[in-house]
Ligand binder design. Structure first.
Ligand code: NAD
Length: 315
């Protein structure tokens, strides 16, 4: 039975990404219950204790505990950040075989609890593991969401904000496609405040397309740059996952570039990939099919082809 005014989120995987999510979750006061699960039970227990000690300073009370898969039965949302992470020099696709195996086991245990909510996936390669989650869970495609290119788009907006010296919240821009090496920037739809990027380039000779291309390369390769320096990336993805969680639990109808199932949109089907979608309490309300120019469409098609090839090895 649906409980009144109690939202429960279960987090599977209390490593660096999971704990960054949990920390941001508690500090934003977005739900009443947060359950932590990890194959390393001691770790989940320790994280739950540590996080609970900050609750007197949180904006609203949250009940945090280390639980079991049985707790998923009453959850609105299950967020998965479990699995192995990229090591220096490894691509996200290198992680596929190991993480697909871990996922099959996790999804079965979640579904055995009677879970009937929404999945949010962050483990890499995120687009393919979102597909695996959808297949293994049997849930409608609208209720299986991958973080997709939400983090990449945040990195993109941040760097464009720095370049144009404008608050990144006023930068309207997105990266779409695979969360990985074949992702692409949608320059044709990018605006800074209310100015289109083309009009800014035309008006001010300090700005150049060459600089913008470099910004995109830095976005695409950001994970490699961070991993080289500190071994992993986690704060940005933690906040991105909380942003998506808010869109779901607060029924926001927000537009975010998450990993969604394509069913004819952009001329493709049977693949999960980063594309703008409207998100609310029911999950994906709608996949938005934005107009792409011919170069962007070609890049997007290439991204789909690569994902499908990689997917065939695990499905
Ligand atoms: P981590 O090694 O710090 O944490 C992974 C956690 O998963 C560990 O605590 C481990 O015990 C747990 N785990 C492993 N197998 C499990 C299982 N079967 N059941 C439950 N728990 C299990 O790694 P991390 O840095 O937190 O990264 C986690 C994942 O997130 C990686 O795949 C990484 O590539 C991905 N990631 C995604 C994005 C994104 O934008 N989507 C960004 C950064 C990292």
């Amino acid at each position: 039975m649906k409980r009144q005014n109690v939202n429960r989120v279960v987090l599977v995987g209390t490593g660096a990404v999971g704990c960054s999510y949990a920390y941001s979750f508690i500090n934003q006061g977005i739900a009443e219950e947060l359950v932590l699960i990890d194959v390393n039970e001691k770790r989940a227990e320790g994280e739950a204790m540590d996080l609970s000690h900050g609750i007197p300073f949180a904006p609203s009370p949250v009940n945090v505990w280390s639980g079991t898969y049985a707790d998923c039965g009453k959850a609105e949302l299950v967020v998965i950040t479990a699995g192995v992470a990229q090591k220096p020099g490894e691509t996200r696709l290198d992680l596929l075989a190991k993480n697909a195996k871990i996922f099959k086991d996790i999804i079965k245990q979640v579904m055995d609890s009677g879970f009937d909510g929404i999945f949010l996936i962050a483990t890499n390669p995120v687009d393919i593991l979102t597909y695996v989650t959808w297949k293994e869970s049997g849930l409608p495609k609208e209720r299986v969401i991958g973080s997709g290119t939400t983090l990449d788009s945040a990195r993109f907006r941040y760097l464009l904000g720095q370049y144009f010296h404008v608050d990144s919240r006023n930068v309207h821009a997105a990266i779409i496609g695979e969360h990985g090496d074949t992702e692409l920037p949608v320059w044709s739809r990018t605006s800074i405040g209310l100015d289109s990027i083309n009009s800014l380039l035309a008006k001010n000779s300090n700005y150049s397309q060459q600089d913008l291309d470099e910004i995109f390369i830095n976005v695409r390769d950001a994970a490699y740059h961070v991993i080289e320096r500190k071994g992993a990336t986690y704060y940005g993805i933690g906040m991105s996952l909380v942003r998506i969680t808010n869109a779901i639990l607060r029924n926001e109808n927000s537009v975010l570039p998450v990993s969604v199932y394509l069913d004819g949109e952009y001329g493709h089907n049977d693949v999960f990939i980063g594309a703008p979608a409207i998100i609310n309490r029911s999950g994906i309300r709608e996949v938005r099919e934005i107009e792409l120019n011919s170069k962007e469409k070609e890049q997007f098609d290439h991204s789909v082809t690569l994902l499908k090839e990689a997917m065939s090895s695990v499905l």
